[in-house]
Design a protein around this ligand. Structure first.
Ligand code: AGP
Length: 609
C-alpha cells in the first residue's frame, strides 16, 4: 500500500519527507519520490526501488532546499514500477505535482479526453491524469480547480497536491483511502498515517471521505465535497513513538510477537472490573441484542481467521447462528442481512477496501455494524455503529501478530458480554472464563519464554517446500492462521486442513517426510487428534505436534516434534496456541533469509480490490 507525506513550515522539507516516508516503508512499496518548492519552481526527484535509492539521490535531503513539499512511496497498480511511473506525478507545465494512494477507476476515459485536448502524457499511471486534469481546470485558483476535478474522478484516492504558483499552501483530499493532517506550531503536515509524523506532532485531524483541506504555515482549513468550510477538531495521539520503531529487535514482527502479553493487557484489563466484562460506549440495547437472529463475522486474511475461531466460541456460548465470510466474497453474494443481523467487521488497519465495501453493503441491507479495529479513527471504525478497539498499538510488520491475538481477546470479551446480557451462560462458567482471560497474558509470557524450542524445530524444518497444518474445531481455525503466517513470510507453500477432512482426498499428498503440524490443544477432541497423527505418520509424515501441557506425555510418544502451551479455558486456546505458530513462521523465514517485515507482493493494508 502506498505512503504519502506532506510538509509546509519553516524547516527544510526534504529531510522531513524522507524521514516520514521511511516510517511508512512497512506499508510495502516499489518506488519513491518527492516534490519540493525551491527557488520559484517545483523540484521533483523520484526513483524505482528502495527509499535509500532516493535518499542517496538527494544526499540524504541536502540536495533540494525548500520549506514545502510532498513525498510518496508507491506500490504499483497502474503502470509497472519505474522511475517515470513513480510519484509525484506532474502536470504538463511542471507547475502542479500530485501524490496519490488508491485507484482512479475512470482514469482511462479522462486520459482519452485530455489527449484529445492536446495534453501530452509521460507515464502509464492513473495519477498523472489527476495532475493533468487539475492543470486543465486551473485558472489561478488551485482549490477551485481541485474541486472541479473531484466531481469528475471516480474511485478511491488520498491526494497531496502542490502548485508552484501557490507555494504557501498544500492541498489534501480524501476519499476511501486514509489521510490524516498533523497540526504543528507554524507548520503543518499531511500523511497516510500517524506513524509518519508523530515525531513532529501528536495533534491529528482525521479526514473524512469527500473532504478537502488547505494547509498553510498558519493553519489548516477543511472543506466538504462542495468546498464549503467545515470545522474539524484535532485528536491527541498518545501512543509512544518507539511503538513505531524496532526498539532493538531485529524485526518489527518479532518485536510485535514479544509485545503480545502487554497488548493483551491493554485489550482485556480495562474491560474486566470486579469479575464482570464491561464494554465501553457499547450502544446496543438489551432489546436489540435479544432480537439478534444471526451474526456475521466479515473480514480478510488473519482477521478472517479470528472470525473462524469466533464462530466456534460465539455459537457455543450464545446459541446463535454465526457465519464467517470473506469480505471479498460477502460483498458480491447478495448476503441475507436484515435488522436482526449483527455484522461484526474485524480489521487491524480499519482500511481494508474489501472489508470496508462489505461493511457498506451490510449497512445498506439494514444490518447493525460492530467493528473490532486496531487503528483509531480508521475508515471502518468511523463507519461502524459500534467500535471496539484492540488497543494493540501500531502494528508495523506486514504479518499481523499482536493485532490477531488482541482481536481474538476482544471477540471473546464481546461473546461474554452478550452471554451475560442474554443469560445464556451460567455464573460459574462465566466466572471461570473471565478468570482465565485475566491469566492469559502471563500464560503467554510462559510460551514466549520457551521460544528456543520453537527455534530448534524451525532449524529442523525450514527447508521443507510444503507444510500441512491439521486440526479439529478450534484447532482447525488456529491452523488457518498458522499456515498463513508461514506462507506469507517464508514463501513455503502450506495449507490448513480440518483433520477429519484429510481422508476425503488430501491425505493422498502425504508421503515420506511430509511435514505435518498437528494441532491438538482442544482436549475434548484430543483422542481424535492423536488418531490423525497416527494416520499421517503411517503414511510417512514427519509430525510436529502442538498440544497442552497435560497431554505432553501422551503426544510425545507418537509425534516427531512436540510444542506445548499451558492449559487454559477452551475458548482461549487459540490465543495461546497462535504464539508458537507465529514464532515457528518467524524463525523459519529468518533461516530462509526472507524479508520478514516486508514480504514480497504484500502490503500492510490492502486498500485496493
Ligand atoms: C495477515 O498477516 C496479513 N497481513 C493479511 O492477511 C491481513 O490480515 C489482511 O490483509 C486483513 O488486514 P486488516 O486486518 O487490516 O483488515
Amino acid at each position: 500500500m502506498c505512503g504519502i507525506v506532506g510538509y509546509i513550515g519553516a524547516q527544510e522539507a526534504t529531510p522531513i519527507l524522507l524521514d516520514g516516508l521511511a516510517r511508512l516503508e512497512y506499508r510495502g512499496y516499489d518506488s519513491a519520490g518527492v516534490a519540493v518548492y525551491s527557488d520559484g519552481a517545483l523540484k521533483v526527484a523520484k526513483a524505482k526501488g528502495r527509499l535509500q535509492v532516493l535518499s542517496d539521490m538527494l544526499q540524504g535531503g541536502a540536495a533540494i532546499h525548500g520549506q514545502v513539499g510532498i513525498g510518496h512511496t508507491r506500490w504499483a497498480t497502474h503502470g509497472a514500477p519505474s522511475d517515470i511511473n513513480s510519484h509525484p506525478q506532474v502536470s504538463r507545465s511542471g507547475k502542479i505535482a500530485v501524490v496519490h494512494n488508491g485507484i482512479i477507476e475512470n482514469y482511462s476515459a479522462l486520459k482519452q479526453f485530455l489527449i484529445s485536448q492536446g495534453v501530452p502524457f509521460t507515464s502509464q499511471t492513473d495519477t498523472e491524469v489527476v495532475a493533468q486534469l487539475i492543470e486543465y481546470f486551473y485558472d489561478g485558483d488551485l482549490l477551485q480547480a481541485v474541486g472541479r476535478v473531484l466531481h469528475r474522478i471516480e474511485g478511491a484516492y488520498a491526494l497531496g497536491i502542490l502548485c508552484a504558483d501557490t507555494p504557501d499552501q498544500l492541498i489534501a483530499v480524501r476519499r476511501d483511502s486514509p489521510l490524516i493532517l498533523g497540526v504543528g506550531e507554524g507548520e503543518n503536515f499531511l500523511a497516510s498515517d500517524v506513524t509518519a509524523i508523530i515525531k513532529h506532532t501528536r495533534e491529528v485531524i482525521y479526514m473524512e471521505d469527500g473532504e478537502v483541506a488547505v494547509l498553510t504555515r498558519e493553519g489548516i482549513q477543511c472543506y466538504n465535497h462542495f468546498l464549503q468550510p467545515v470545522e474539524k477538531e484535532a485528536a491527541h495521539v498518545d501512543w509512544e513513538i518507539d511503538a513505531a520503531e524496532k526498539g532493538g529487535y531485529e524485526h518489527f514482527m518479532f518485536k510485535e510477537i514479544m509485545e503480545q502479553p502487554e497488548a493483551l493487557r491493554r485489550a482485556i484489563f480495562p474491560r474486566i472490573k470486579d469479575g464482570q466484562v464491561y464494554l465501553e460506549d457499547f450502544g446496543l440495547s438489551d432489546d436489540y441484542i435479544r432480537d439478534i437472529r444471526k451474526i456475521y463475522i466479515v473480514a480478510c486474511g488473519s482477521s478472517y481467521h479470528v472470525g473462524m475461531v469466533g464462530k466456534y466460541n460465539l455459537e457455543r456460548i450464545l446459541r446463535l447462528p454465526v457465519e464467517v465470510a470473506l469480505a471479498s466474497e460477502f460483498r458480491y453474494r447478495e448476503p441475507i442481512v436484515d435488522g436482526h443481523t449483527l455484522v461484526i467487521m474485524i480489521s487491524q488497519s480499519g482500511e481494508t477496501l474489501d472489508t470496508m465495501a462489505a461493511l457498506r453493503e451490510a449497512k445498506r441491507l439494514g444490518g447493525k455494524i460492530l467493528s473490532i479495529v486496531n487503528v483509531v479513527g480508521s475508515s471502518i471504525a468511523r463507519e461502524s455503529d459500534v467500535v471496539l478497539y484492540t488497543w494493540a498499538g501500531p502494528e508495523i510488520a506486514v504479518a499481523t501478530t499482536k493485532a490477531y491475538s488482541t482481536q481474538l481477546a476482544v471477540l471473546d470479551l464481546l461473546g461474554l458480554h452478550f452471554a451475560q446480557r442474554l443469560g445464556t451462560m451460567g455464573k460459574e462458567a462465566y466466572d471461570q472464563i473471565v478468570q482465565e482471560m485475566l491469566l492469559l497474558p502471563a500464560k503467554m509470557e510462559q510460551v514466549l519464554e520457551n521460544r528456543e524450542d520453537i527455534q530448534y524445530y524451525a532449524s529442523q524444518y525450514f527447508n521443507h517446500d510444503s507444510v500441512f497444518y491439521i486440526g479439529r474445531n478450534l484447532d482447525y481455525a488456529l491452523g488457518l492462521e498458522g499456515s498463513l503466517k508461514l506462507k506469507e513470510i517464508s514463501y513455503i507453500h502450506s495449507e490448513a486442513y480440518a483433520s477429519g477432512e484429510l481422508k476425503h482426498g488430501t491425505i493422498s499428498l502425504i508421503e515420506e517426510g511430509t511435514l505435518v503440524v498437528a494441532l491438538a490443544t482442544y482436549s475434548r477432541l484430543f483422542e481424535k487428534a492423536m488418531s490423525n497423527v497416527v494416520e499421517v505418520k503411517s503414511r510417512g509424515a514427519d509430525v510436529l505436534a502442538l498440544t497442552t501441557e497435560p497431554h505432553r506425555k501422551e503426544m510425545g510418544k507418537i509425534a516427531n516434534g512436540l510444542i506445548t502451551i499451558p492449559e487454559t479455558h477452551p475458548m482461549l486456546l487459540p490465543s495461546l496456541g497462535v504464539v508458537p505458530l507465529q514464532l515457528f513462521a518467524y524463525y523459519v523465514a529468518l533461516m530462509r533469509g526472507c524479508d520478514i517485515d516486508k514480504p514480497r507482493n504484500l502490503a500492510k493494508s490492502v486498500t485496493v480490490e
